[in-house]
Design a protein around this ligand. Structure first.
Ligand code: FEO
Ligand code: CA
Ligand code: CA
Length: 710
């Protein structure tokens, strides 16, 4: 079983990308200028523009990129601009408890509950102490999305008499989850504090509380928790979030693949249950990733959701309903139990990003569902923000994340959009619904994809990370690609993707032509929107496309953002506004990797509406102002067969943390295809020939100690 980004298409609903296009009463011009009317400009000012020196909502215009662009690279090392250094800080297997030995990287190491996991992904730096702006001591929280199984054992994974050895499965599962590690800078050098009391691994075995509509609803009833209030573990933790109250969010993405479901199990369930499982990709006959359920022990076999007992409290038929959530972790309290926040819906969650909070207004968070043809969602709390909760931990999470409204996005052809509420007994989400008989808010949240299908949300080209511009509250989302060919990262199928204004390209990966056999949106794009009235909780918005990914060699119909050798990219995935308002773009690509390894770029963002209308093929859309080499530059290129994902920074802007995930992902222990990182800890040099590659967090600093990238 490969760990490869397995995002099977499970959205076969009949709504096309742009179904039921409503003729909007707003013209495009009105939509884009709406936020600039006298009334809304005043509201906008109180929302987030206060940090903007020119006050026009374009909070990045005073930023200036101050580094030389990094060239394309196929080298097995990290490349950063001249005058910068990159050091390995926290790599697969590194010990995080006193007395645990150094990682041998031979396949012999065990006890990963006390070591770094694999496949580093979303990440955030929390200063120590809580509430401070400390830039030389903090807690790094990061996700371990998956594993490079081939490198974890002496000579790859084994199976005996149809069963995986328990020790191997234990190791693989403990390599998933989350790390919380204290880091400290001493003498200019960052290191992990190996014996810190804060250090912690959250794994697929860690007990989790269920909160929100799911808790006690019956959907989560299992042999382990007959009352349906707790579950074990978190899986496939991709991107992340961090709350306004000082906690970390880890997001469960491709969790469905880990579950086994025997052939014929559909005969023991009703039609609604079968439809629900199928919509999330768990049809009968699935064996479950890596064969974990073949190991002996309840903690492994509970991932087999086949109905075997007399009732839900006798087996694990419902175990998969306890996955697919956003999970809140309090890094400052290592003894605390993580909480799954079911009011944010059950999806293939990529990440979760908050709008700027304002006293007396709801808390707003955005989350994307990363599979082809899935949707973008927004959560709006019922409770209004109280700044006294700023360091409130999980109790504040209970207040803001357990009660609220989940919306799904519809992008209209004219550059406007709307948020459609997913609330039981509204918008047709009730027992009479044709897709699923929603009988409660718990059902709407557990079946959020089906709910979104039925209200006519816009199918997107794989929503990955979101980011909110701290200067003006505008929201950016990467749409990594919709490729249906082997030349992209998309899965299976063939032929063109349907296009619409918000997902406007489908083209041939080899020629970059709209007219040959179409592979889909091969290189992805970044969409952005501004909530009407500058209110994060608004139910309407205006959007445009910030950037189109492309080879610089493609023609203008594909390379619509006119990218050059210094800033072209493919398959944007990670996305983050740093506190200064600089936008960082990271790639997880398979379509441009003949030319360059995956990369990270820095961008000075403009604002929605700063470009204009264009037509690509026969599809009209809206594009932001074209980037220049002063506003978009490549900052980093990673080693072979990696993706770049996960990014955070110290409050002083002088230490930048980035994750290198799965270098050498196509190789094996006998013939590694990457040897990164080097044993010296310098991320910018190649490793020892023959050495097994390791996912790792690196820390980037400027040699003169200055602010990163500016
Ligand atoms: Fe885990 Fe969608 O990337
Ligand atoms: Ca991702
Ligand atoms: Ca990815």
């Amino acid at each position: 079983m490969s760990h490869a980004d397995d995002e099977p298409v499970t959205n076969f609903s009949t709504n096309p990308h742009m179904t039921d296009i409503l003729a909007s009463r707003l013209s495009r011009r009105q939509a884009l200028l709406g936020g600039l009317s006298a009334t809304t400009a005043a509201m906008f000012g109180s929302f987030g523009v206060s940090g903007c020196s020119n006050g026009d909502g374009d909070g990045s215009s005073t930023l200036k990129l101050g580094f030389d662009p990094v060239a394309h690279s196929l080298a097995d090392m990290v490349s950063v601009p001249s005058g910068y250094s990159a050091a390995v800080l926290y790599a697969l297997g590194d010990p995080i408890k006193a007395g645990v030995g150094a990682y041998t990287n031979t396949g012999l190491d065990a006890n990963f509950e006390s070591r770094a996991g694999d496949h580093h992904d979303g990440m955030h730096y929390f200063p120590l102490p809580l509430g401070s702006q400390t830039s030389d001591n903090g807690l790094l929280c990061l996700n371990h999305e998956n594993i490079s199984e081939a490198y974890l054992h002496i000579a790859g994974p084994t199976t005996a008499n149809g069963a995986r050895p328990q020790a191997e499965v234990l190791k693989e599962m403990n390599c998933h989850g989350v790390s919380v590690v204290e880091i400290r800078k001493t003498g200019g050098v960052w290191s992990v504090v190996q014996d810190s009391a804060y250090n912690r691994r959250v794994t697929p075995f860690t007990e989790m509380e269920l909160h929100g509509p799911l808790a006690g609803s019956g959907f989560a009833t299992t042999k382990y928790s007959p009352t349906g209030t707790v579950t074990r573990g978190t899986l496939n933790n991709c991107a992340n979030g961090y709350t306004p109250w000082g906690t970390y969010l880890t997001c469960e993405e491709n969790w469905a693949g880990y579950f086994k479901r025997a052939e014929g199990d559909d005969a023991n369930r009703n039609g609604a249950d079968n439809a629900l499982l199928a919509r999330y990709g768990i049809s009968p006959g699935r064996s479950g990733n890596y064969g974990w359920t073949t190991a002996s022990g309840d903690q492994f076999q509970r991932l087999d959701i086949t109905v075997t007992g007399a009732s839900a409290s006798d087996d694990y038929r419902n175990e998969a309903y306890t996955y697919g959530w956003i999970v809140e972790i309090d890094p400052y309290h290592p003894e605390s139990t993580p909480r799954k926040r079911s009011a944010l819906g059950r999806l293939g969650h990529e990440g979760c990003v908050f709008g700027p909070v304002k006293a007396g207004e709801p808390v707003v968070a955005y989350t994307g569902d990363d599979s082809r043809n899935e949707y973008i969602y927004k959560y709006v709390s019922n409770a209004n923000w109280d700044p006294a909760d700023a360091n409130g931990g999980l109790a504040a999470g209970d207040k803001y994340l357990n009660d609220g409204t989940l919306y799904v996005a519809k992008f209209n052809e004219n550059g406007t959009g709307e948020w459609i509420a997913l609330v039981y007994q509204s918008n047709g989400l009730d027992e009479t619904n044709a897709l699923y008989p929603f009988g409660s808010q718990a059902a709407v949240m557990v079946g959020a994809r089906l709910a979104a299908d039925s209200v006519g949300a816009t199918k997107m080209d794989r929503p990955e990370w979101g980011a909110v511009n701290p200067k003006n509250g505008e929201v950016y989302f990467t749409l990594t690609n919709s490729s249906s060919s082997s030349s992209g990262r998309g899965q299976g199928g063939s032929g063109s993707q349907p296009v619409d204004a918000a997902n406007p390209r489908s083209y041939d990966a080899t020629t970059g032509s709209l007219s040959d056999s179409l592979d889909g949106n091969v290189n992805g794009h970044i969409i952005r929107w501004r909530e009407d009235g500058g209110m994060a909780s608004a139910t309407t918005f205006a959007w445009d496309i910030f950037l189109f990914g492309s080879r610089s060699s493609y023609g203008a119909q594909i390379n619509a953002s006119q990218l050059t050798d210094d800033n072209d990219f493919s398959s944007p995935d990670g996305l983050w506004f740093d506190p200064r308002g600089l936008l960082w773009i990271q790639t997880d690509d398979g379509a441009y990797t003949d030319t360059t390894n995956c990369m990270m770029l820095a961008a000075v963002a403009g604002k929605v509406g700063d470009g204009g209308e264009i037509t690509l093929g026969s599809q009209k859309t809206y594009i932001g102002a074209l980037p220049s080499e002063d506003s978009l530059r490549r900052f980093l290129v990673g080693p072979k067969e990696c993706e770049i994902t996960g990014i955070t920074m110290t409050p002083d802007g002088r230490s930048l943390f980035v994750n290198i995930q799965h270098p050498g992902e196509k190789g094996g222990a006998a013939a590694p295809t990457s040897n990164w990182p080097s044993a010296t800890g310098d991320a910018t040099v190649t490793g020892t020939p023959g050495a097994r590659p390791r996912s790792a967090t690196i820390v980037i600093t400027r040699d003169d100690g200055g602010a990163i990238a500016l």
